[in-house]
Design a protein around this ligand. Structure first.
Ligand SMILES: [Zn+2]
Length: 128
């Protein structure tokens, strides 16, 4: 006997069914979405903050060199990004949504606004 993932009642019907009825399915999925929203919020906030800092530093320019200390003082979270991009010269760009930064030297950061090719950004396919 298969039991419902939410209420443990018997599940009848198709072999891939995991809930006894639509109410249990909706309740479960709603709780899952709520928990996800709650868990990702602090990280989302950091990423949004990082994006805002990059946007402020760049202004209307397409690229700019910034002293690392300026970004550190602005409370830039160096270890949070939305992806990595390795260019052909072996440099690593840290993506923050539609912006990216790269450690140009130990003291200088290159900030760019660019649309990257998603195939290049995700070297390995992301699983769902
Ligand atoms: Zn159920």
């Amino acid at each position: 006997m298969r039991s419902c993932r939410l209420c443990n009642n018997e599940v009848l019907g198709r072999a891939d069914k995991i809930f006894c009825d639509i109410k249990c399915k909706n309740t479960y999925n709603l709780a899952l979405r709520r928990q996800t929203k709650l868990e990702v919020k602090p990280i989302d906030r950091l990423l949004h903050r990082n994006r805002e800092i990059l946007q402020l530093l760049l202004g209307s320019l397409k690229k700019v060199m910034i002293d690392k200390i300026v970004m550190t003082r602005a409370n830039f979270y160096w270890d949070h990004c939305t992806g990595l991009y390795h260019n052909k010269d072996g440099k690593i760009y840290h993506l923050v949504y539609d912006f990216a930064w790269m450690e140009f030297s130990s003291q200088q950061i290159l900030v760019v606004k660019k649309k990257f090719n998603l195939k290049q950004v995700h070297a390995q396919p992301m699983s769902k």
